[in-house]
Design a binder for this molecule. Structure first.
Ligand code: PMT
Length: 403
C-alpha cells in the first residue's frame, strides 16, 4: 500500500452520541491502517452507542471520557490532549457538540480539549436532516467555520430515522481526502488543473464498442494528487468504475469526440493539463442504429481516425503547461521524445506497458518523465498515487521560477 500522508501523525478522534458512532470504529481502524497514532475521546452520549472498550481495542491506546478522571488529573488532559496531537477529528459531531464548539462551552472533555487546542480541528456532522438544515445548526456551523474549524459536509441519503436528506456522516474516502490535504503542501493552490483519465468507447452499434484496457486508476490518482496539493481540478473521465475524489469536478464522457469537446471547451481556463486518458485512435466509420445481426463469415470493420486531442492542445497552447502520456511497449524514450516534440508538450510521462506491474489496470507504475528542456527523470516502481505525486513535483518545479 502507498505510504499515506497520515502515517506517523497523531490524531485525536472525538466521538459523539449519534447512531453514526459505530462508523467511528471503522474510522479508527482506517487511520491505524494508514499508520496514524489515534487517541479517542468519547462523549457521554458517544459511550452510550459504542463502548470505550471497543475504541481502546481498535486504537491500541487509552480512551478518554470524563474530564474529572482522578487517574488522569495530573496530566491535565483537557489542555494537553489538544497540544499533543497534530489534528483533532470529530466524527460524528452531533448538533449538541457543534453548539458547544460554537458557544465556546467547556462542559465536557471533548469540548474543553477543542477549546484549548492549538492544532487543526476537523468537524464531520452527522444528524437528522431537519436538525442539520435548521437555521440554528447552520448558524452554529457558520460560527465554527469562522473560528477556523474545518467542516466535512455530511452526505445525503437514507438515514437511520427513516428520513432522507443531508445528515449522513461523510464517507471515509471523503474524510481521508480532507485529512490528507491538511498535511500536503499547497503548492498548486490557485492553479486550475485539467486531468483526463480512463479509456474511450467508440460505438459500433447500440451494444458493441471498441475500447482499451485503461482502468482510470492513473488518471484518478493524478486528479487526487492535484486536489490534495490545493488545485481546482476538472477531471474529464472516460467510462470507468472508480469513485472520483471529493472536491474534484468531473465531466463524464464516452467517446474520443466527446472527450475532445470537453477538453477543448475548458482548455483556455486551465493552467495545467495532464492528458493521461487512453484515447482511441480509431472509431468505427459508421455506428449502426440497430444491433448488428450475427452472420456467417467475417465482418469487416471500416475505421475512421479520431482527432488527436493532445496535438490540438499543443497547437493552441498559450500559457498552459501541457503534460502528455505515452504508453509504449518498445523504444520508450525515443517514442516519448518524438511525441513530446511533435505535440508541442512541456512534459511527457513515458509509461512502460509491458510488465504486469505497470501501465494498464495495475495499482503500481514505472514511468520516465521527459521535459521540454531535455530533463530525464526515471522513477522506480511506485504506487500510482506516489507516481502522481512525483509527476506533480516535476510540474511544480517547472512551473515555478524555473519555467
Ligand atoms: O488507466 P490505467 O489502467 O491506470 O492505465 C494508465 C495508462 C496506461 C492508460 C496511462 O498511464 C497512459 O499511459 N496513458 C496514455 C495512453 C495513450 O493513449 O498513450 P498514446 O501513446 O497512445 O498517446 C499519447 C498521448 O496522446 C496521450 O497523452 C493521449 O492521452 C493522447 N492522445 C492520444 C490519441 C488521441 N486521439 N488523442 C490524444 O489526446
Amino acid at each position: 500500500m502507498a505510504a499515506s500522508l497520515l502515517a506517523g501523525k497523531k490524531i485525536l478522534l472525538g466521538v459523539c452520541g449519534s447512531i453514526a458512532a459505530y462508523k467511528a470504529c471503522d474510522i479508527t481502524r482506517n487511520l491505524k491502517k494508514l499508520g496514524a497514532e489515534v487517541t479517542v475521546v468519547v462523549t457521554d452520549g458517544g459511550a452510550r452507542f459504542v463502548s470505550p472498550l471497543t475504541f481502546a481495542a481498535l486504537s491500541a491506546a487509552r480512551v478518554y471520557g470524563s474530564m474529572f478522571a482522578e487517574a488522569e488529573a495530573h496530566a491535565i488532559p483537557h489542555i494537553n490532549l489538544g497540544r499533543q496531537h497534530d489534528l483533532i477529528l470529530v466524527a460524528p459531531a452531533t448538533a449538541q457538540t457543534i453548539v458547544r464548539f460554537a458557544m465556546g462551552l467547556a462542559d465536557d472533555l471533548l469540548s474543553a480539549v477543542v477549546l484549548a487546542a492549538t492544532c487543526p480541528v476537523v468537524v464531520c456532522p452527522a444528524m437528522n436532516s431537519k436538525m442539520y438544515t435548521h437555521p440554528a445548526t447552520q448558524a452554529n456551523i457558520k460560527t465554527i467555520v469562522d473560528y477556523g474549524y474545518q467542516l466535512v459536509e455530511p452526505a445525503t441519503g437514507a438515514m437511520a430515522c427513516k428520513e432522507e436528506g443531508p445528515g449522513r456522516l461523510a464517507d471515509w474516502p471523503v474524510i481521508r481526502d480532507h485529512l490528507e490535504r491538511l498535511f500536503t503542501p499547497q503548492d498548486l493552490a490557485g492553479r486550475r488543473v485539467l486531468v483526463t483519465a480512463g479509456p474511450t468507447e467508440e460505438p459500433l452499434d447500440p451494444v458493441r464498442f471498441l475500447s482499451n484496457r485503461s482502468s482510470g486508476k492513473m488518471g484518478y490518482a493524478l486528479a487526487r494528487a492535484a486536489m490534495l496539493r490545493g488545485a481546482e481540478v476538472l477531471l474529464v473521465s472516460g467510462p470507468c468504475c472508480l469513485m472520483p475524489p471529493a472536491g474534484v469536478e468531473v465531466l463524464h464522457v464516452r467517446t474520443a469526440a466527446q472527450m475532445y469537446e470537453a477538453v477543448l471547451s475548458h482548455f483556455s481556463e486551465m493552467d495545467i493539463v495532464v492528458k493521461c486518458a487512453a484515447v482511441s485512435d480509431f472509431r468505427p466509420a459508421t455506428c449502426a442504429s440497430e444491433k448488428l445481426k450475427k452472420k456467417d463469415g467475417a465482418l469487416l470493420l471500416d475505421l475512421a481516425g479520431n482527432a488527436d486531442i493532445l496535438r490540438s492542445l499543443g497547437d493552441k497552447k498559450q500559457q498552459q503547461f501541457l503534460v502528455g502520456f505515452a504508453a509504449e511497449s518498445q523504444n520508450h524514450l525515443a517514442e516519448g521524445k518524438r511525441k513530446l516534440a511533435e505535440k508541442n508538450l512541456d512534459m511527457i510521462v513515458v509509461n512502460d506497458i509491458k510488465s504486469r506491474e505497470t501501465g494498464f489496470q495495475s495499482d503500481t507504475n514505472r514511468v520516465t518523465i521527459l521535459t521540454h528542456q531535455g530533463g530525464v527523470r526515471e522513477l522506480q516502481l511506485l504506487s500510482k498515487e506516489e507516481t502522481a505525486m512525483a509527476i506533480f513535483d516535476e510540474v511544480v518545479n517547472l512551473t515555478g521560477d524555473g519555467r
